[in-house]
Design a protein around this ligand. Structure first.
Ligand SMILES: O=P(O)(O)OC[C@H]1O[C@H](OP(=O)(O)OP(=O)(O)O)[C@H](O)[C@@H]1O
Ligand SMILES: O=C(O)c1cc(=O)[nH]c(=O)[nH]1
Length: 477
């Protein structure tokens, strides 16, 4: 089960948006544990917090730095703490990791060895740093957008209060992963900050931090941070509650207060859109994550576009952008691979230019030789129509990104056949439908696609990514 589903189940089961920090901070340890040796005292305290809150919170958030500060015994304590957390409650490791060089190995350690469900990351090393964490489809990341630390203001509010850097972080990080895999960490005492972020990230899970620092106006925070469905916001249990012996009663009462306010806010804001499905589908498409990511990285654009055929469509599918997002590129290759593994062929041929990177990636993954038919033959050099080595009589599978009229793949296949190669199968990511597969069939080719255009538009519409007008633009073209 992926992080998003696990979190939603946990929210439902415990009827709670609360998460609790599991931090072995000696300065905050209650005096009743001080008679013990330090690590033993911290361990008893953390086990107490887990036992008291497991029925009232939706997630746990251990902060790695506190464990690291205790040395080797600290890491042992982390293992024990993780083991004590009930398996159905997701764990968000607060690491604020920010080092590009160690991201791949660290992602492997935290997700496969420590088996946490999500991790917090700093945004400044950019998408390349986040991508190694997103190749684990069951896991998630929370990007630190802003903190309540007064010293951070000079950066966060730069260059102007109207267009602050922290909002740019939100906008940019939204392009790195789907809402199911990438949430936002927002540390603030100011509900207005939360409202600004919610306005540009209506679909993201926001993990609120530091909201209690100035007394905390819970109603304002919830009004600003909840999404249209009345969720999407994780609220921290106040740190100073964690030393209390009556912890379970206090957390239960805070949960009740949040749920009451949430009901009132939903009621006050009640519109049809409150009940509009956001990311929870009855019949979820198996490639739903991929579809949403293709949309989020702007592969699906609206406006008047001339197609290769000369027709004008009110949209354009630009799959050439996939190569700039290694995480999405990886998923796309896996989807092609799932089709290719059932076909028989000696070589792969990519259709230039858009599909050459995909064919190259697949050739490397499948250890299969690649060739490609040139779009235009050069007037210099070898003047070859087909680049790469091959033997006439071999079978070639053609790989392209999208079928619109089918002209490009048929021209490519024709060039391969003129060189004595056999082409039976054509594999694409997107089938634009409208009879293109039948046309290919009539010309002797079997075509296979990962997605159809209607699967994409239905998923985007159900997820609230496109509006009715945009949905109809596809249906009517
Ligand atoms: O089915 P069709 O009507 O032929 O349309 C689909 C083709 O159009 C695009 O290539 P494009 O001609 O834009 O060239 P490119 O790959 O060099 O960008 C796309 O990559 C497909 O190959
Ligand atoms: O040329 C086209 O028709 C075309 C190509 C492409 O990549 N995407 C699209 O929507 N149309």
């Amino acid at each position: 089960m992926n992080f998003f589903d696990k979190l939603n189940r946990s929210i439902l089961q415990n009827q709670s948006l609360l998460f609790v920090g599991l931090d072995p901070n000696p300065e905050m340890m209650p005096v009743r544990y001080e008679s013990e040796e330090l690590i033993a005292g911290l361990e008893k305290w953390l086990q107490f917090i887990i036992a008291e809150t497991a029925d009232y919170v939706c997630a746990y958030k251990p902060t790695l730095g506190f464990y690291e500060a205790l040395g080797i015994p600290g890491l042992e304590l982390l293992y024990k703490t993780l083991a004590a957390i009930p398996a159905h409650i997701p764990v968000i490791l607060d690491a604020k990791h920010s080092d590009l060089n160690t991201s791949t190995i660290f992602a492997q350690t935290v997700f496969t060895e420590w088996q946490v469900d999500a991790i917090t990351l700093s945004p400044y090393t950019g998408q390349d740093h986040v991508a190694p964490f997103l190749v684990y489809p069951e896991k998630a990341v929370f990007i630190l957008c802003c903190t309540s630390n007064p010293g951070a203001e000079a950066l966060q509010q730069y260059p102007t209060n109207e267009s602050p850097l922290y909002l740019q972080v939100v906008k940019e990080s939204k392009t790195w992963g789907t809402p199911e895999q990438l949430g936002l960490e927002v540390g603030t005492t100011n509900a207005e900050v939360l409202a600004l972020i919610r306005a540009i990230a209506p679909e993201r899970i926001i993990m609120a931090r530091s909201i209690w620092a100035k007394g905390g106006n819970l109603r304002q925070i919830l009004e600003a941070g909840l999404n249209d469905n009345g969720d999407g916001l994780l609220i921290p249990v106040p740190q100073d509650m964690l030393g209390n012996t009556q912890l379970s009663e206090e957390v239960e009462s805070l949960r009740a207060e949040i749920n009451q306010l949430k009901t009132e806010i939903i009621h006050e804001n009640s519109t049809c859109s409150v009940w509009f499905p956001d990311v929870c589908f009855l019949n979820q498409h198996p490639y739903q994550d991929l579809i949403l990511q293709l949309y989020d990285i702007d592969c699906i654009m609206f406006g008047s576009f001339v197609q290769a055929s000369g027709a004008i469509f009110p949209y354009y599918i630009d799959l050439r952008k996939i190569i700039s997002n290694p995480q999405v590129f990886n998923q796309v290759l896996t989807a092609y691979e799932d089709i290719l593994k059932n076909l028989n062929f000696d070589r792969l041929a990519g259709i230039p230019y858009g599909s050459l990177p995909t064919a190259t990636g697949l050739a490397l993954r499948l250890h299969c030789p690649m060739i490609f038919p040139r779009k235009e033959v050069k007037a210099h050099g070898t003047r070859r129509v087909i680049e790469g080595n091959f033997h006439p009589g071999e079978t070639v599978v053609v790989v392209d990104d999208i079928l619109i009229s089918g002209k490009s793949v048929m021209e490519g296949a024709g060039k391969l056949e003129s060189a004595g190669l056999n082409v039976n199968d054509i594999v694409v990511l997107i089938d634009h439908e409208q009879g293109v597969k039948d046309r290919l069939q009539q010309n002797g080719y079997r075509s296979h696609s990962v997605l159809t255009i209607s699967e994409i538009t239905n998923t985007l519409y159900q997820a609230g990514r496109i509006n009715e007008e945009q949905f109809l633009a596809f249906a009517e073209s």
